[in-house]
Design a protein around this ligand. Structure first.
Ligand SMILES: NC(=O)c1ccc[n+]([C@@H]2O[C@H](COP(=O)([O-])OP(=O)(O)OC[C@H]3O[C@@H](n4cnc5c(N)ncnc54)[C@H](OP(=O)(O)O)[C@@H]3O)[C@@H](O)[C@H]2O)c1
Length: 353
């Protein structure tokens, strides 16, 4: 019998759920036990993710209720959740309540925004609706894995993709006291950041061969980045965040600029970033500007920086669906389950996607 830990994926036919399934199928210590879907229960999972067909066999999507019943039956399981925000909190709460009533204690990593804020009021202020399961919020920590050494909660919420790219650049600058606490972020995402369902503003034909900003200084990830930067560093920084749509499907490029607290040059900042991320295998600090293609489909983040004595700019690239979502989620799950943090995640980017 397999000693692998069974994994239940929530988020069905979504892009992140597909990436979670792909990563779990290649993981040495996990096995894909179920993928729950609202819209396609009973349908073949390979129908939604044909690229995974060779590894999926005849696995069919299950209803949410079956996923909760499975979590209740299994003495030990991992739940990787990628449902939409506003939905995820209640789905996870229902699954955990049923499992706990049966004496089971699944470990959850949520990739939606629902458990990223510790406080229900902060969540409601950003999302404009009440939290779906406020009593569960204290059971979740939220941080980029590289920024939280010890987790004291049973479950984790992974920060969003824009937040991950921005925080990887911002947190060292604040934690080391290198900058004034006023940070300007310009970040560009690929079209998969908007999920599978096309909308007038998010459909790839509208986005390819074009570049434009949206929700400048008013995007929901602005307050999330500020709250998570403060949690990681203790510094209350002002974050001015302007997201952009880029002409590619996968990846994020974030440029973080700030005024230096003391005169530093490019080599000084690069050296400080290298020291900050020493021993963190997924974060690589380069001398040259990082490129999206070098990380796409991988769990690696590449950073670099320039400084002119007065101003610093740190450039950060990640894959939005992997390091910014499914890969970061598996990285957290590895830690929560006691695996090597890198298990199943070390494949480099193909480079020519
Ligand atoms: N895309 C990214 O780059 C990215 C990065 C970081 C975090 N995230 C977060 O990850 C989550 C998933 O993102 P995504 O890009 O995969 O979105 P997506 O492609 O739109 O997929 C979301 C999936 O959730 C399921 N769903 C929709 N409504 C539901 C409901 N009422 N109850 C239960 N399930 C429902 C749907 O699958 P079924 O109909 O099959 O159930 C849908 O395909 C979101 O919370 C998103 O904010 C996304």
């Amino acid at each position: 019998m397999s000693q692998r830990i069974p994994v239940i994926v929530l988020g069905g036919t979504g892009y992140v759920a597909g990436e979670l399934a792909r990563l779990v199928l290649g993981h040495p210590g996990l096995e894909l036990a179920a993928v729950a879907s609202d819209s396609q229960p009973g349908e073949s999972v390979a129908g939604a993710f044909p690229h995974l067909a060779p590894a999926l066999g005849d696995l069919a999507f299950c209803p949410q209720d079956d996923a909760a019943a499975l979590a209740a039956r299994l003495p030990r399981s991992a739940v990787l959740a990628a449902a939409p925000h506003g939905v995820s909190a209640a789905l996870i709460d229902a699954l955990l309540s049923r499992a706990e009533a049966a004496g089971s204690h699944p470990t959850v990593v949520d990739i939606s925004a629902d458990y990223r804020f510790a406080d229900p009021g902060a969540y409601a202020a950003v999302y404009g609706h009440g939290h779906g399961a406020p009593a569960r919020q204290p059971q979740f920590s939220c941080a980029v894995p590289e920024h939280l050494a010890a987790v004291k909660t049973p479950h984790v919420a992974h920060p969003g993709c824009f937040s991950t790219a921005t925080l990887l650049a911002t947190v060292p600058l604040l934690a080391l006291g290198l900058i004034e606490p006023r940070v300007f972020v310009s970040a560009v995402t690929g079209s998969t950041g908007a999920g599978r369902k096309p909308g007038p503003g998010t459909h790839h034909p509208q986005r390819h061969s074009d570049l434009y900003s949206y929700n400048g200084l008013a995007h929901r990830h602005g307050p999330e980045i500020a709250a998570l930067a403060q949690a990681a560093t203790g510094v209350a920084a002002d974050i001015a965040f302007v997201p952009h749509s880029g002409p590619f499907a996968r990846g994020i490029h974030a440029t973080v600029q700030a005024t230096l607290a003391r005169p530093m040059q490019t080599a000084d900042v690069i050296d400080a970033l290298r020291q900050f991320y020493a021993g963190r295998p997924f974060v690589r600090v380069l001398d040259a500007p990082p490129r999206v293609k070098d990380v796409v489909t991988s769990n690696y983040a590449h950073l670099s920086a320039v400084a002119d004595g007065r101003t610093v700019a740190v450039m950060s690239v990640i894959d939005n669906l992997v390091k910014g979502a499914a890969g970061g989620g598996v990285q957290w799950m590895n830690r929560l389950l006691g695996f090597e943090e890198t298990a199943g995640l070390t494949a480099p980017a193909p480079g020519w996607t």
